[in-house]
Design a binder for this molecule. Structure first.
Ligand code: GRF
Length: 197
């Protein structure tokens, strides 16, 4: 199977990015991490990516003020220059405009720490505890113009324990994210490759 060029967009630590890079290096996914793009030049994940010898690019959203589309045009130009086939959002903390999501629709996936369609948006662990839910989890989905709304590719559920706090849930869910995201990226790549065959 030919390898798709993978762009990973991050804003911070990049632990999901690392899980994807490792799975690609192990030959588990028909994709080659080609560009790690961050909207925060100080993102820790960029340091990791550089150490791993990957192409990195920082485009600060702050330099574009309120012009979100201008920021996204810069992101898009970097992705096009690197000839990216598929984007994985991995803790990328900017809401994308319909212009960008339409451009990459069917070629961009995201990981979210909840059992979507429950709890799109922020503070998912707190909201699960407030609602007294028995289960929580993480989801990988295709990205469309709605925030955390696109078609679901894969999900993992865990049981909420009576002793859980937002921090314990965050930690347990993150372990699951690192297993789920590579599996879901593999499925997404297969879909793309089948579509272009
Ligand atoms: C993850 O929990 C992801 O689901 C959410 O942001 C967090 C990013 O963590 N969107 P990391 O940067 O991958 O370590």
């Amino acid at each position: 199977m030919s390898a798709l060029k993978l762009g990973i967009m991050i804003s911070g630590r990049g632990s999901n990015m690392e899980a994807l890079i490792e799975a690609c290096a192990n030959g588990n996914i028909p994709a080659k991490p080609t560009l790690i793009l961050s909207n925060r030049p100080e993102a820790e994940g960029l340091v990791t990516a550089r150490q791993l010898g990957l192409g990195i690019c920082a485009i600060s959203h702050k330099s574009f003020g309120k012009d979100r589309e201008a920021f996204e045009r810069a992101l898009d130009a970097a992705l096009i220059k690197a000839d990216i086939d598929i984007i994985a959002l991995a803790g990328f903390m900017r809401i994308l405009t319909p212009w960008f999501t339409a451009r990459w629709e069917g070629r961009m996936i995201n990981i979210h720490p909840s059992l979507l369609p429950k709890y799109p948006g922020l503070n998912t662990h707190e909201r699960v505890l407030e609602a007294d839910d028995a289960e929580h989890g993480c989801t990988v989905h295709w990205v469309n113009s709605g925030v955390d709304q696109g078609e679901i590719i894969a999900q993992t559920a865990i049981k909420v324990r009576p002793s859980d706090t937002p921090e314990t849930l965050r930690a347990r869910i993150l372990v699951e994210e690192h297993k789920l995201y590579p599996e879901a990226l593999k499925l997404a790549c297969q879909t793309l490759l089948e579509r272009s065959a």
